[in-house]
Design a binder for this molecule. Sequence first.
Ligand SMILES: CC(=O)[C@@H](O)[C@H](O)COP(=O)(O)O
Ligand SMILES: NCC(=O)COP(=O)(O)O
Length: 241
Amino acid sequence: MIQLGVNIDHVATLRQARGTIYPSPVQAALMAESAGADVITLHLREDRRHIQDADVEILRQSLQTRMNLEMAVTDEMVQIALRIRPQDVCLVPEKREELTTEGGLDVAAHFAKVREACAALGAAGIRVSLFIDADRKQLDASKAAGAPVVEIHTGHYADATSRVEQQKEFERIADAVAYGQSIGLQVNAGHGLHYHNVQPIAALPGMAELNIGHAIVAHALFVGWENAVREMKSLMLAARS
Ligand SMILES: CC(=O)[C@@H](O)[C@H](O)COP(=O)(O)O
Ligand SMILES: NCC(=O)COP(=O)(O)O
């Protein structure tokens, strides 16, 4: 059954805006689990703009489901992951000046470094996912690097400004999802998905997990946090029926 990873980054964004102790990403994560989240995803960025190291530590001891820790491919982050031991790590590209993740990890261009991180994390029992663009070359490189999972970047699909462009991006994603499975990878997807664009992605055969955050946090302002999570999960399951 398709799984929902709720990304709680932007609960922390609201907290960091004033430097208060509220809203608590930990409380958000536990409530999301009660509302149907299968995974809790959080991005410990190098600039700590939202999720803090303490959030990761507390959540690792508190979650009932699974922690999917997103991080850059750096020595600092690999050491943190080896200490915290989340069930899953998703390696993502990071640029300090970016507003949000702008594209997929170029595994092919940074093959040795990615393969080394996959080996170190895998040896510690952590399941590694690579956040990549919908590109067969990146899928082949991910497989060769030893990652069992990939997460297809859906940002270009989400940001499309016309139906024609969105359909073109959707077809790229559909090809990547099918091809990734054909070479033995688990295929997830995420970035920019919301209540009006998620179902075609969720309906793709074999789609294992969607990681969604910004839209759920935004919708929660109007319907409440648990309802926002429940609604997203229901849309995803309905797309599969
Ligand atoms: C990798 C990805 O698409 C997101 O999960 C990532 O967390 C985006 O970064 P921000 O959460 O800082 O926007
Ligand atoms: N990897 C994607 C993710 O975790 C959430 O991205 P978004 O829904 O906040 O854009």
